[in-house]
Design a protein around this ligand. Structure first.
Ligand code: ATP
Ligand code: MG
Length: 508
């Protein structure tokens, strides 16, 4: 696929935001029927480049051409007319509308111009799109009742509905299970066969190598290089991304474990959990593995009081406690980084500083006066610790890249210095280098005696950081492995009840 056959060509694209040069004369091109992966660290400029392509942002400089014709893309409408469609990193569905309404928002089928919306037609067209994707979603369902993965698939269906020639997918797989990812990949391959071009953004490099024809690496807003995937390997791409050799991905120190700090017995939430018992020691990192829907989030939400326990008991430091809401959990020294960080915790209209220190307010305020010097110091400390990329702690959080927003939430919980820290999918959407830093931080906390519980669908991560691993299936804990015993195979076997197949095992 030579450059001469480029279908899309973006040349010399630059874009500045106040305090940030997000893109510096970026060149990027995509052929017809090509799956082109765009990779780079959090804040490298991937989403910005795609927003320029799809008319959500205007470039400061540069040219875009399609099929050798220069084009002007001034707004999303222009992009749609040109056959360019985008799946955004922040899902853009409207929760209280139905799936079908979301897919055809503003383009609802009508019997004739000016006529009322043809609802049966709308729902049947929407259902046909969903069925093409092989997903089990009812087009009449309300979006708010769907899982994150299902919402992601609705976004894909919506992009499909535009009959696009080029689809930009910004981290479409970040909340998908391996099986769902495989379904999406099948869909992507069928698009490719029809000559549709796809730009694919992902932090999961192994899957980039499974699906991409070519890979372009961005670093600090610059194109570092483009090459066919077959000419590269993960290590090379990581080096291009971070500009240096990355140390061992999962460093693990021997940490002396202390007494049991949390003991839950026969816990149920009246919905998903079936008599779950779990204990957690100080200095321990406990990994919770399982497929989506196995009850992992239900477990951690019940421990933290997001859901009410209907049965069972929880002991913290040997004392029986009732945790009825998160406030109580926080008071007894627990911290919780939730799975859906966008919905459960970011104050998008506030600055990085406020978002970091909001939980630690009692510490940085007195008689309801905030000590700004203290707040600044705390926020700066964590911005540095987690390498949050922001021009200043006063930057609005909504202006941060997706991965950097997530780091802010993690930082917030760390400011509370919890004795027990529960993390649900902590590194989803986070680049490889930062991922390693978050793991190092979890190790550091464990060393200080903190008890850490981590839910993760990323098996290499679970295996790499956990001292002990519990596997959940259908609301129960079905297996326990020590660090030495655990392998991808025995975890998958337990997670699927022995029904595993290739689709569920991420290729390495
Ligand atoms: N609206 C905005 N205002 C100010 N700065 C912005 C805005 N949008 C993006 N930026 C900045 O531009 C840079 C590139 O951000 P971008 O979202 O393109 O990164 P990304 O590569 O998509 O990262 P991630 O992997 O975390 O999603 C970041 O430093 C980000 O903070
Ligand atoms: Mg992004």
């Amino acid at each position: 696929m030579s450059e001469n056959h480029a279908y899309l060509r973006m040349q010399g694209i630059s874009k500045a935001f106040p305090g940030v040069q997000a893109l510096k004369s970026v060149d990027f091109s995509v052929s017809r029927g090509e799956i082109h992966a765009l990779v780079g660290e959090n804040g490298a400029g991937k989403s910005t480049l795609m927003k320029i392509l799809t008319g959500a942002l205007l470039e400061d400089e540069g040219q875009i051409s399609l099929g050798d014709q220069p084009v002007q893309i001034n707004n999303p409408g222009d992009a749609q007319q040109l056959g360019i469609s985008m799946i955004h990193q922040e899902l853009s569905l409207i929760p209280h509308l139905t799936v079908g309404q979301n897919i055809f928002l503003g383009r609802e089928p009508r019997a004739r111009i000016g006529a009322f919306i043809d609802w049966p037609e709308l729902y049947s067209q929407a259902q046909a799109l969903l069925d093409q994707l092989n997903v089990n979603v009812d087009s009449r369902a309300s979006v708010q009742d769907l899982s994150i993965a299902q919402r992601q698939m609705v976004e894909v269906a919506k992009a499909l509905s535009f009959k696009a020639d080029l689809i930009a997918m910004d981290e479409p797989t970040s909340s998908l299970t391996d099986r769902e990812t495989e379904i999406l990949f099948q869909v992507m391959r069928s698009f490719k066969e029809r000559g549709i071009s796809i730009i694919f953004i992902s932090h999961r490099l192994e899957e980039v190598f499974v699906i991409a024809d070519r890979i372009t690496v961005l670093r600090d807003g610059e194109t570092i290089g483009t090459a066919p995937a077959v000419d590269l390997d993960v290590d090379q791409v990581v080096r291009m991304m971070v500009g240096r050799e990355l140390g061992e991905l999962y460093p693990k120190d021997e940490i002396e474990q202390r007494g049991i700090v949390l003991q839950a017995t026969d816990l149920e939430d009246g919905r998903e959990l079936r008599r779950v018992s779990v204990s957690l020691k100080g200095g321990e990192i406990l990994g919770i593995a399982g497929l989506a829907g196995a009850g992992r989030t239900a477990l951690v939400e019940t421990l933290f009081g997001v859901r009410a326990a209907t049965k069972g008991q929880i002991r913290i430091g040997g004392k029986q406690v009732r945790i009825q809401h998160p406030g109580q959990a926080i008071r007894i020294g627990m911290g919780f980084v939730p799975e859906d960080r966008k919905l459960q915790g970011l104050f998008l209209n506030m600055a990085v500083r406020e978002n970091v220190v909001i939980s630690a307010l009692p510490e940085v305020s007195r008689l309801s006066f905030i000590n700004f010097a203290k707040a600044d110091k705390l926020a700066k400390e964590f911005v540095e610790k987690l390498k949050i990329r922001t021009p200043s702690i006063k930057q609005l959080i909504r202006n941060l890249s997706g991965g950097n927003q997530q780091k802010v939430i993690i930082a917030r919980w760390l400011t509370l210095k919890p004795r027990i820290l529960i993390l649900d999918e902590p590194t989803r959407g986070i680049d490889v280098a930062t991922k390693a830093e978050i793991h190092a931080l979890m190790n550091q906390l464990a060393k200080e005696g903190v008890a850490v519980m981590m839910v993760s669908s990323d098996l290499p991560e679970v295996l790499g950081v956990s001292d002990r691993i519990l596997v959940m299936r259908a609301g129960r804990i079905v297996a326990e492995f020590s660090r030495e015993e655990a392998t991808q195979d025995n975890i998958m076997h337990a997670a699927t009840g022995g029904r595993e197949n290739n689709a569920q095992q991420r290729s390495q």
